[in-house]
Design a protein around this ligand. Sequence first.
Ligand code: GLY
Ligand code: MN
Ligand code: MN
Length: 469
Amino acid sequence: MARGTTGNNARRVEIATLWPMARPQESLTHLYGEHIAILCRQVEQALQVSAAAGATFDGVVFHSGCETTYPADDQTVPFRPLPHFARWAPLDGPDHCVLIRPGETPRLFETRVDDYWTAPAARPAHPCFDVLECETLARAAAAADHMGEVARLAFVGPEPRAAARLGLPLSPLPSASLVTALDWYRAEKTAYEVECLRRAAERAAGGHRAAVTGFRERQSEYAIHLAYLQACDALECETPYPNIIAWDERAAVLHYPHKSRTAPDPGNVLLIDAGATAWGYACDVTRTYAAEEAPAAFRAALAQMARLQRELVAAVRPGLSFVELHERAVAGVAAILADVGALRVSVDEALERGLVFAFLPHGLGHHLGLQVHDVGGQLVSAKGEYRPPPEAHPYLRTTRDLAVGQVVTIEPGLYFIETLLDRLRTGPDAAAFDWEQIAQLQPCGGIRIEDDVLVTPDGGEDLTRPWIP
Ligand code: GLY
Ligand code: MN
Ligand code: MN
């Protein structure tokens, strides 16, 4: 499948000029300074929550994590910094940490080991080095020499061995209440974080344009994957989650991880769920494309899903229950199933009997930030009370009411998943469906359309659409 090299080069130049500094660096520096001030207040509040729960600390060390090797091997497992650390500084690699003591400038300890086997990663051109008080150290343990009294510091990191190396007390480890309170605050993004999320969408745009070309040319999943990475100027390990690039019936696999090397047959439907990162922040974007040769009923379902997704995005506003928004999505999918002739009962009856689950077996969305499935989506307070998902929708990750500053994905889907259909076909509800019609649609796999939406005082702002139509 010929891929126009000239076109790709043109795209690369375009992305290179857009990324990573589409907007002036000064504005990022200003936003980052405000971000750090907000984070310092959040740590103070979290320390108060922790003290009220019986665990008192003078400050917190956020640690990026340690490198690990595969068993009986000297190769390292791909590393990701702990998000609690990455929120302060977008440094790649292990053994960095940040020390926060209320009332003092946050201190960043950057470890750059002079190792002749592997050079340290390039230093990012990021304002953290100017805004934080930064020490660059040749050994991970050297941070201990600069931290002063450590006996009453909380350690927030994935590896107790890192705490031991720094001489930090292992007992009591930070109570769950400190980390839970920080998770609660993390859900409401600062202006700096929103800017990073916008830049992530901007970066993913080139990849999604390349995927449209791949769809039109019916390229293999593998070829589209490579074109996507190149257009985003990303290594595979730099995407926020493994690209999902699925032709036809494979679009029914929710987290389809494979990349077929062969051209699609028939190549009627392409689902691509792929993101990018900016300073550690992720975007999470899905598009579904159907060729003219796809069954008319599937094309109709796709058009209706596009409308439903727009309605759900437009409904976003502060105070809205995400559970209710999810229920609205389920009702919308029931209506689509009815319209394409897959149901033999009314929409109301299908909803009452819970018949939509097999076609939409995931939640409408999740919080988004440093993690694709970001934390805090089921909390109802900084103190750790949480709201479990309703019994009818156990997979819903977000039960927290929407509030200004939150960023959530809105990703309704409709799938023809053989395992789930088989349970229906052989179960007591089989007569509620038109199995001939479903058999026509099943080779098309499924539909998902996903955007990232910021909750604003007036409603919502779609962070994806300006870049990826
Ligand atoms: N890309 C994974 C998700 O949409 O949740
Ligand atoms: Mn998602
Ligand atoms: Mn996704």
